[in-house]
Design a binder for this molecule. Structure first.
Ligand SMILES: [Fe+2]
Length: 303
């Protein structure tokens, strides 16, 4: 009897792993949100938010799904990093973006754009965060080539930088930081009040670290976009996200929320955290947390 129970448990575990690694990991979802942020009478603005592709050679389903996103006709594309997981992924990633690169765009890096993934116990994801080990030294992935490709297309490099973008009918002020998860963020380089004359103030980061988001909030940003969490990657249907891999609370590890969560201030910024498009090649599964991109449609504020 005990042996039968063990066999049944092992079979169920193998089935769940097979589903998580073969089916759900390739079951891409498009999330859609309307965000009431624009002045009355303004034309809606469509923002395509992509993140965490963690691209390795041979992920043809992921590449073709990214390629299909241009059909959404976004007014602006925001990539919140971790696009790479292999030295030969830059060109396939840029080619998958394809016509999206002809649209206005913004990007920041995540640590995985700089450092190649290392083998590790996949279950480690559930109890340890992925802070970079000090022995990693110099970056070994072609992050600069990736950035040059996006900049050559006209996208704004927002790594510890501010900039201005015209998208749709709007004048958008952008401020962004490099990945705080490995201490590359330099908010001091973009600190200061935002421009009240801009139509929208957009804050962009890889990791939704509350202390960093507090600074964006203080400076008057309207909308914060981040990735990094993978939405927990392995979730439970009755409990949701288990781990966030940074300081944000599990409830806000994916989807549309406000920051801070517990403030009643109606002027506090909106926050969208992407659960991401991919996974580390050393943790190739997703459970109750489909890979995703998001189309955020900014609409006039409700008066
Ligand atoms: Fe990631």
């Amino acid at each position: 009897m005990r042996r039968q129970a063990l066999i049944a448990t092992a079979a169920a575990g193998a089935g769940i792993f097979g589903y998580a690694s073969v089916i759900e990991r390739n079951w891409f979802a498009l999330r859609r949100y309307d965000i009431p942020l624009l002045p009355a009478g303004a034309r809606p603005l469509r923002i395509l938010h992509i993140s965490d592709a963690h691209l390795t050679p041979g992920r043809h389903r992921l590449l073709s799904w990214i390629r299909s996103l241009d059909a959404l006709q976004p007014d602006i594309v925001v990539n919140t990093g971790d696009s790479l997981a292999h030295p030969e992924s830059v060109q396939p990633f840029l080619e998958a973006l394809g016509p999206l690169l002809d649209r206005p765009g913004v990007f920041v890096y995540g640590s995985n754009d700089l450092y190649s993934p290392k083998p590790r116990n996949p279950a480690r994801y559930l109890w340890r965060n992925s802070t970079l080990h000090p022995s990693r030294g110099e970056p070994d992935l072609p992050w600069a080539e990736l950035g040059a490709g996006m900049v050559a297309a006209g996208w704004l490099d927002a790594n510890n930088k501010r900039g201005r973008i015209k998208a749709g009918d709007l004048d958008i002020q952008v401020g962004g930081v490099h990945d705080s998860h490995i201490g590359y963020d330099r908010y001091d380089k973009i600190a200061g009040p935002t421009d009240p004359a801009a139509d929208l103030r957009l804050g962009v980061m890889h990791s939704p670290e509350p202390s960093v988001m507090d600074k964006f909030t203080k400076d008057g940003y309207d909308l914060l976009l981040a990735g990094h969490t993978h939405g927990g990657q392995v979730c439970l249907p009755w409990r949701g996200t288990l781990v966030t891999n940074c300081g944000i609370d599990p409830v806000r590890a994916r989807g549309l929320h406000r920051h801070p969560a517990d403030s009643g201030d109606p002027g506090r910024p909106w926050l969208h955290v992407s659960a991401g498009l991919g996974t580390s090649p050393w943790a190739p599964f997703r459970l109750y947390c489909r890979p995703e991109a998001a189309l955020l449609t900014l609409v006039p504020r409700i008066s």
